[in-house]
Ligand binder design. Structure first.
Ligand SMILES: CC(=O)SCCNC(=O)CCNC(=O)[C@H](O)C(C)(C)COP(=O)(O)OP(=O)(O)OC[C@H]1O[C@@H](n2cnc3c(N)ncnc32)[C@H](O)[C@@H]1OP(=O)(O)O
Ligand SMILES: O=C([O-])CC(=O)C(=O)O
Length: 372
């Protein structure tokens, strides 16, 4: 069988989806037909999660029911708390989510539930898993995972900071979750679909996706972007530093995209939130450094910031530690991953591409005592 080889599967149509469009002329980014600008401006993350998982925007009553279900699904079973307590303080929060997802799959297997319930359970409980582990390992406290906050953004901020969140921070995190919720056949979603295509269980598909998201070429880029911008004490220093990095041919995390060629439509939206948070905090340094890096990258490389770049300063300005940036991506993208797992299952064929062989020609087998 012969096929066309495209490194990194660039340009390969690997399946059909009705969930989102990415980079399509005249459409930009849409979730089930709704433009990302409209969703980020007018919707809430819970409405968007309902749109992705249940297929349509909820009316008032359905939204209230959905929020109530999610709030009720935030608590963690005792067995999972025991597992989380065994994970060392030195673990990366992405290790915690990957392990927490897998452990929950053993404690509450899909076979005893339904795919929609597993999707909602994971959506509701990821922030609880991370922050239960965090407070246990940093302060020896077994926190309650009840926050009284209706939204995931408010719930996460309240559990992390241990107090009612500021409204601006809650709205900024909510908007970022909307932007992160879904993105067609990106690497982590594709790996979830590959796992689902073997008829494996829901938790396995999401665990695959978490592991795939973590790398710095994908979701891990928001953490790397933070490490980059926090190196510089001024915009001029950032320009100088960037030029040196580019001269050394280093990759600048948070820039470029496989599908978007001119701009990432989510970047101006999150940049605006970063600016608002900087103004409210009375410290523009990170924003000014980020803006200058954006300018230099455009001038020197014709590359634009992707969603991860300004998410870094926005999250930092909400007092969130850098190692929790990619976990926030998980909290949001689990909505998209879930929609894709269900879509894959509804019209499944196992993924099994072929490889171009580059190894040795057939050789005679050497008995042990004749090998060099
Ligand atoms: C939410 C998300 O997951 S968005 C992506 C987050 N990832 C990042 O921000 C990591 C940095 N960016 C990158 O590594 C890439 O742009 C990716 C992974 C996003 C896309 O990768 P690809 O489509 O395979 O592009 P590829 O890496 O081949 O880049 C094409 C060219 O642009 C250059 N380039 C691409 N991105 C960057 C960058 N961020 N910094 C410097 N150069 C870059 C490459 O070096 C390459 O140049 P060359 O042709 O001279 O070798
Ligand atoms: O689509 C991609 O390649 C990466 C991704 O998940 C995103 O940009 O949100």
């Amino acid at each position: 069988m012969n096929g066309t080889y495209s490194p990194g599967l660039e340009g390969v149509v690997a399946g059909e989806t009705a969930i989102s469009t990415v980079g399509k002329k005249g459409r930009g980014l849409t979730y089930r037909g709704y433009a990302i600008d409209d969703l980020a401006r007018q919707s809430t993350f819970e409405e968007v999660a309902h749109l992705l998982i249940h297929g349509k925007l909820p009316n008032r009553e359905n939204l209230a029911l959905f929020r109530n279900r999610l709030m009720a699904l935030r608590s963690l079973p005792a067995e999972l708390k025991t597992v989380l307590e065994q994970l060392p303080a030195s673990a990366h929060p992405m290790d915690v989510l990957r392990t927490g997802c897998s452990a929950l799959g053993a404690i509450e297997p899909e076979a005893t539930s339904s795919e929609i319930r597993v999707a909602e359970r994971l959506l509701a409980s990821f922030p609880s898993m991370l922050l239960y582990w965090h407070h246990y390992q940093t302060g020896g406290r077994r926190i309650s995972t009840e926050s009284g906050e209706e939204s995931m953004a408010g719930h996460f901020l309240a559990l992390f900071h241990g107090k009612k969140p500021e409204d601006l921070q809650r709205r900024a995190v909510d908007a970022s979750l909307i932007l992160y919720a879904e993105h067609e056949f990106n690497a982590s979603t594709f790996s979830a679909r590959v796992t689902a295509s073997t008829l494996s269980d829901f938790y396995s598909a999401i665990t695959s996706a978490i592991g795939t998201l973590r790398g710095p070429l994908h979701g891990g880029a928001n953490e790397e972007a933070m490490r980059l911008i926090s190196r510089f004490g001024s915009a001029d220093e950032a320009e100088q530093g960037l030029l040196e990095m580019l001269a050394r041919k280093e990759k600048i995390m948070g820039f470029g995209h496989r599908v978007y060629k001119e701009m990432d439509p989510r970047s101006p939206i999150i940049r605006k939130w970063s600016q608002k948070l900087s103004e409210a905090g009375g410290n523009m340094l990170l924003y000014q450094v980020s803006e200058r890096i954006e300018k230099v990258m455009l001038r020197e490389k014709r590359l634009f910031p992707n969603l991860d770049f300004y998410s870094a300063s926005a999250y930092h300005l909400c007092g969130i530690p850098t190692t929790m940036f990619t976990p926030l991506f998980v909290f949001a993208r689990v909505a998209g991953w879930s929609a894709h797992v269900m879509e894959q299952r509804a019209a499944n064929r196992i993924f099994r591409p072929i490889a171009e062989y580059t190894g040795p020609e057939p050789m005679a087998y050497l008995p042990m005592d004749q090998r060099g």
